[in-house]
Write a protein that binds this ligand. Structure first.
Ligand code: ZN
Length: 606
């Protein structure tokens, strides 16, 4: 029998509190120490889960045992009588409807182990038993349990006994209890399940068919069989929401009701493509980050920040493959994929932060910058997701070009899988960069260094030309223009003026761009626009629709409660909006290279 035994109960759904009991056999004779993670793997922000522990007590041999808090996330019990089992009972407040923590009410219970389970100091490597109890009968008589924690007596989808090989494993299998919908499918002999919580009218069979194609695509990239015996998508549907967190055998996804496909819907809309992209992303993580891990996460220290300059690879490469898999398995057409790629390039080009921070620096500082983005974020931070995915694209195209199509990023991922994933060996800093030159058979280190550690724009125009794709840049047609297309229907071709700021519907400036007319005039994020040229300010969009570049606008605005006046000289909108087009003049070699890259026969891609 396991010497560490957890029992978790959704005891007070209306108060959003789980009760957890932890029995510890053979406790440290000097007194047991327990601790709570301060962050959850996959989300690089100190979250201090211990702050939600609302009460805690300990006992041994039928008597209370003193327990005291010794720092923000640790407790120490007094020594227990010899031979006694120490039991710690505590309650955890769970009211965070995200994929990262825990949430409990009368409709369902969801938790990540890192938000609810105390670790026993020095015994993190021991296996443990976990009993998951149902809520009070009047609330949860029809509830079921969805988790990839190995069952140890519980019936499938039932409450009861589960177990985990160690603490890391205990907290890497999130648990959903409630009245979820369930759909299952098989991929190359491996069971996959989707459990959907929340009100929705999604077409379950459609979701299963499409996800099966995505999963198969990823498995075949790395080589069957996949590294798990089953896989579970835990989906929570809300009115408006978005998020995902990867786990070794499962993922938690948060999506909007309208992201799911309706029965009878013919072609997947943009929102459903977004949902498939998110699911694809988290599934790819089962290899890239859960098993191919940065050295800094092997082992992982959950009591403090774990610094790595490689999140661009673990998140960026994953972000590259999430949509690439959709086009390769036929869920996206080539033109749709290129449009999405154009949007990604646009997102990066519109942030001045790309000229200030490299993706390696963005990775390292994720804890204090990317995850704590403020009004200056776009000026100072580059996303290791978006730019990271473009670095991955650049590496892929560089490898293909250098080897005449014999090698690609797919080969690099398989090397990482064989040498690091299967061997459970962390990836050292610089290893991925080194592998690029190795696979290319030529020294690409200077080019790779520029991509990862540089702040210049990526040479995507040249690299894409080799696969017969032309990268164009133009000014935005308006606030709604996300890029990706050469032109928008109904958009005027007259030169557009640029103010250089973004305002909310209430006229308050959310962002003032670096080196922009608004910044030069002295406007700041938080300023409340009041009037343009003496008339009550409408939106910035209306202003720019009626003034040419070069026009001087008198602006009245409030900063805090103080009215001030300034003059903004509008400039011509910068060419920060990217779109990709197939170059019909490109030769056969480019066309074949493109077919190999997007992974499908030309007939299929039509
Ligand atoms: Zn990710």
């Amino acid at each position: 029998m396991d010497r560490l035994r957890y029992r978790i109960a959704p005891l007070h759904p209306h108060a959003h509190r789980f009760e957890v009991r932890l029995a510890i056999e053979d406790p440290d004779p000097l007194g047991v120490q327990v601790w709570m993670p301060v962050w959850v793997p996959g989300s690089y922000l100190i979250r201090e889960f211990a702050r939600h522990v609302v009460c805690i007590e300990a006992s041994a041999a039928g008597a209370a045992l003193p327990i005291e808090k010794i720092d923000k996330h640790r407790w120490r019990c007094a020594p227990a009588p010899a031979g006694a089992i120490v039991e710690i009972r505590y309650e955890v407040y769970a009211w965070d409807l995200s994929v990262r923590a825990a949430h409990l009410d009368a409709t369902h219970a969801y938790f990540n182990g890192s938000a609810v389970f105390l670790a026993v100091a020095g015994r993190e490597h021991e296996p443990c038993a976990v009993e998951i109890l149902p809520p009070p009968a009047q609330i949860g008589a029809q509830w079921r349990v969805a988790t990839t924690l190995p069952r140890d007596g519980a019936v499938p989808w039932g409450f009861g006994a589960y177990r985990a090989a160690d603490y890391d494993s205990l907290i890497d299998h999130p648990v959903e209890c409630g009245r979820f919908d369930l759909v299952s499918f098989d991929v190359l002999g491996v069971e996959h399940h989707v459990a959907i919580t929340g009100r929705h009218r999604g077409d379950l069979s459609r979701i299963a068919i499409d996800l099966a194609r995505v999963c198969r695509q990823h498995i075949e990239l790395f080589g069957a069989p996949p590294p798990f015996r089953q896989y579970l998508f835990l989906v929570t549907v809300v009115g408006e929401g978005y998020g995902g967190l990867e786990h070794r055998d499962s993922t938690s996804l948060l999506c909007s009701r309208d992201d799911l496909p309706r029965a009878g819907e013919e072609t997947p809309g943009e929102r459903y493509r977004g949902f498939l992209g998110l699911a694809s992303h988290e599934y790819f993580h089962a290899w890239n980050v859960k098993r191919i891990r940065p050295e800094a996460f092997a082992p992982i220290d959950l009591s403090r920040e774990a610094y790595t300059r490689q999140l661009w690879a673990f998140e960026g490469i994953t972000s590259y493959y999430d949509d690439l898999a959709l086009v390769r398995c036929g869920l996206l057409r080539e033109a749709e994929y290129l449009e999405m790629l154009g949007e990604t390039i646009t997102r990066v080009r519109r942030g001045h932060g790309r000229l200030v921070q490299s993706v390696a620096e963005s990775s390292f500082d994720a804890w204090v910058k990317f995850y704590r983005a403020d009004e200056n974020a776009s000026n100072a931070i580059v996303s290791y997701y978006t730019k990271g995915s473009l670095v991955a694209l650049a590496l892929d195209l560089m490898l293909r070009e250098a080897t005449g199509g014999a090698r690609s990023l797919d080969d690099l991922m398989r090397r990482l899988w064989r040498e690091h994933g299967l061997e459970d060996l962390g990836v050292p800093e610089g290893r991925i960069e080194q592998l690029v030159s190795e696979l290319a058979g030529t020294d690409l280190s200077a080019q790779v260094r520029a991509l990862v550690h540089g702040t210049g724009d990526l040479p995507l125009d040249v690299l894409l030309a080799a696969v017969g794709v032309r990268l164009g840049l133009r000014p935005a047609f308006g606030e709604a223009d996300k890029g990706g297309r050469p032109r928008l229907t109904g958009a005027t071709t007259a030169p557009r003026a640029w103010f250089g700021a973004r305002a909310g519907a209430d006229g308050r400036l959310a962002v003032v761009h670096e080196d922009s007319p608004a910044q030069r005039a002295g406007l700041s994020a938080g300023d409340q626009l009041v009037a343009f040229d003496g008339l009550r300010a409408g939106g910035l969009e209306a202003l720019l629709g009626s003034r040419p570049p070069g026009c001087v606008v008198e602006v009245h605005a409030f900063r805090r409660d103080e009215l001030f006046r300034c003059e903004v000289t509008l400039e011509a909108a910068p060419a920060d909006t990217a779109f990709l087009e197939i170059d019909d003049q490109a030769g056969d070699a480019a066309r074949q290279a493109r077919a190999a890259w997007l992974g499908r026969s030309e007939a299929e891609r039509a």
